[in-house]
Write a protein of this length. Sequence first.
Length: 521
Amino acid sequence: MAEKTLIIGNGLCALQTARQLAAEGIEVIVASREAEPDGSENLEAALSGSASIEFLNGVRLGAFSGFVGQFEVELHDGKNTDHRTADSIVIAEDSRRVPNVELYGLPSTERVMALSRFQKVLEQTPADLTDQKIAFLNGLYAESSAVVAGEVMQCALDLQQVPGAQGYFFTANLKVSANGLEKRYRAAKAAGCLFFKFTETIPAINTSSDGIISVDFEDEVNGDRYSLMPDIVVVDEIVVPSDYLTHLAELMQLDTDPSGFIQTDNVHRLTVSTNRRGIFAAGPARAEMMQNDMAIDAANAAAEIIALRKDEMDVLLYRAEVDTGQCIACLTCLRLCPYKAVLKGHRMQVMTAACEGCGICAAECPRGAISMDKLGVDVDHQISLLATEKKRADVPAIVLFCCSRSAHRAGALATCLAYQLPDGLIAVVVPCAGGMAIQHILAAYRGGADGVLVLTCHEGNCHSEKGNHYARQRVELLSGRLQQLGISPDRLEIHSLASNMAREFVDITGQFEEKLRDNGK
C-alpha cells in the first residue's frame, strides 16, 4: 500500500487539508498547477518546513491509473515527468471566475471592473478609490450566488472605509440566506452603502461615446427616478470549474454535476465522497462555497482519509467476483461499473478494494460470469421462505426487492412505528436496486409469489448513481414479456422512495396487496 495522500489543489482548502493530515502523521504530497504559492494566509510558507508535506508547484496530472491503496500518477512540470504513488487522493482544485461584463452589455474599459479585480484594488491600493462613486451590479440580469453576493457586499462594506468613497449596490434577489450574509448586508448598509433592490424594473445601463457610464433607474420604494454616473462599475461573476478540474474529472472518470464540479447532487456523496473509493473532492472542486465552508470540507476530507487508513470505511456484505472461465471480456462490466472498480485485461477483474458491492455488473453480465459472493444464496433463501412461512391461501404472497439504503430502512422504520404491513410480505434486501437481476424476479414467481414489488431510491439519490435506472429498465422489459409466461403484468410493480418514507412504504405495499386481492391472487 502506498502510504501517502496526494492533494491536488492550489488554494486554501488544499493547504488546510494538508495541514490536518500532517498533524495526524500522514505523509502528504501537495501538487499545485501554480508555479508560485497563492499566499493564502501564508499557510504554505508555514507548512513548508513540515517533514510530512512535500510541495510540488507548477505541475499537472498527465496520467492516472490504479485503485484505492495504490493510485499511480504522472506529474508534469513542462519538462520533466514525476511518477508517484498514493493510497488516497484529495482534489481541492480552485474554481475560476467568469465576469458578467457582456451580460450587462458593458465595454471592457478601466471604468468597468470584474469583482475579482476590484477586490485586489481594494486590498492593495485602496487610496486609488478615494472620493470615487462605485456602482456594484449583482444578480440583476441573472441569478447570483450566495458566495458572489457575499463577496460583493464585503467589498461594499470595505469601500465605506475609504475616504470620500461611496458605494451603490444594485441587485434583484439579494442573497442573504448563507451564514453571516444578513449581518454583512446590515453592516454595509449601516456603514453608508446605498442598496437598491429591484423586483419589477431593471436599471438601464448605458455607455456614452466617450466611455461615460450611466445607471438610470426608478427607486421602487419612493417611485422617484434617478441617474447615477459612477466612476467605476463593479460587475459580479459566475463561479465555474477550472479547465484543469475538467481534465482531472475526465482522466479519473469521476462523476460531475451539470456545471462540471466533481460531485453529483447525490446525498450519498456528501460530504466529500466521489464515485471512486479513495478519491475525495473538497472545497471549490466540488461546489461553489464560502471560505468557512471550505475549512469544513478540508476537515471532512482529512477525517475520511484517516478513517480509510484505519480501515473504518463501510464493511460490505458482498463483493463482485469474476469467473474467468465464463468471462469473454465483452466490457459490459467495465462500462457500467459506477465506481470504476473493474480492471481491463484478457479477462476482466474486479478490484476488491474499489468495489462498493452494488451488484450492477453481476445483474447485467450477459454471460453470468460475475457473482456477488453469497448474495445469490441469500436471495434464494429469502425467496424460499415463501413456501414455508408466507404462502397461505388467504393472503397474497409478495416478494419485495428493496434497496438496502432506502426502502429497507423505510420498512424498518415502518415496523418500529408499529404500522400494519401485509401479512404475506417478504422483503429481499439487495445492496442496490441495480443489483436485482431479472432472474431474481423470475425466481420469486417460481417460489410462489403472487406479486413482486421493486423499491428503489429516488432519481439522483442512488448510491450507485444509476442503479435505480437499471432496475426500472429490467422491470419494464420483463413486464412486456410476463404475459408470454402466463403471468399478469399487474403482478409486477416498481416504485421509488427514501429511507425516511415509512408511511409511503406502508401505502405502496398495502395498495399492492389490495390490487392482488382484487385480481383474485
